[in-house]
Design a protein around this ligand. Sequence first.
Ligand SMILES: NC(=O)c1ccc[n+]([C@@H]2O[C@H](COP(=O)([O-])OP(=O)(O)OC[C@H]3O[C@@H](n4cnc5c(N)ncnc54)[C@H](O)[C@@H]3O)[C@@H](O)[C@H]2O)c1
Length: 320
Amino acid sequence: MKIIVTGTAGFIGFHLARRLLAEGHEVVGIDNFNDYYSVKLKQDRHRLLEACPNYRLERMDLTEGDKLLALVRDWQPDVVCNLAAQAGVRYSLTNPHVYQKSNLEGFLNILEACRHGNPQPRLVYASSSSVYGGNTKLPFSEADRVDTPISLYAATKKANELMAHSYSHLFGLQTVGLRFFTVYGPWGRPDMAMWLFTESMLAGRAIKVFNHGNMQRDFTYVDDIVQGLYGAMFAPGLDPYEVFNLGNHRSENLMDMIRLLARTLGVEPKMELLPMQDGDVPATYADVAKAQAKLGFAPATPISVGIPAFVEWYRQYHGV
Ligand SMILES: NC(=O)c1ccc[n+]([C@@H]2O[C@H](COP(=O)([O-])OP(=O)(O)OC[C@H]3O[C@@H](n4cnc5c(N)ncnc54)[C@H](O)[C@@H]3O)[C@@H](O)[C@H]2O)c1
């Protein structure tokens, strides 16, 4: 199949593209290689992809609507998978406008490009567990109301779902939104807790633990996310507008995750216990019954397997 993946220099887009390429699909990747985190890490991921003859990169920004439109019109992909976005809850408190550009204007350009495709591709796009905001009913279900985001990042992801709904309704565009729950694994993101904790622990520094460690997270291994993405891209029988949780369906205590990580690294963790951060939520936990039923989603990686795999990659990549 012919598939456009945006954000291929990023964590999840890289993993998805790598598997698609290995299975012989034709992939056009889109990324702007911005410096939100290490550009070298993005280039290193990209180098692995560009070694595949069935991969081509379009280095562009999602705000370049005309280029996107022409690409979808001329190349006629079967699926567009939009994983490029400005990620990060905390960064959205200090840099709101980049979220407006990449996540709202950029996403509108994706919708317009898909709408005008002939034939129209299926659009799969990243939403986020953060749309559940301050909801307290656990596990989070797609049937729950999500009208109270508590960060601009979350608001842009909820906006994407609303925008997709209108395009499905008006233009018959098949859209599938995926609410990812704290994704981790090899080639992960340097701004996320698992990476930050690993970096600090290896340097003998104290890790910053928010809400005094009283947090629960549904940690989802990246290979499981890729399996869910496959379902979203290829499953038959979906409604024109769909939204699914993709989580591990296990909510782990943050302190247990820290202990396991420290044990794997062979260190005694030093902790700086801090209050809750603005925009953050105390607990996430995904109900994945809908994704199981319609996408064949079957998360299979507990943190006891996923954390050692991340640490092994981290040590190898950094030579530490
Ligand atoms: N990793 C997680 O735990 C998680 C959780 C929930 C949702 N998500 C969402 O999943 C998607 C992928 O996340 P990720 O962890 O791979 O993030 P990432 O930051 O590693 O990847 C995003 C990529 O998109 C690119 N990009 C950003 N803005 C762009 C623009 N305007 N034009 C072109 N390229 C642009 C970046 O350079 C980056 O390579 C994002 O939409 C993110 O919001 C991720």
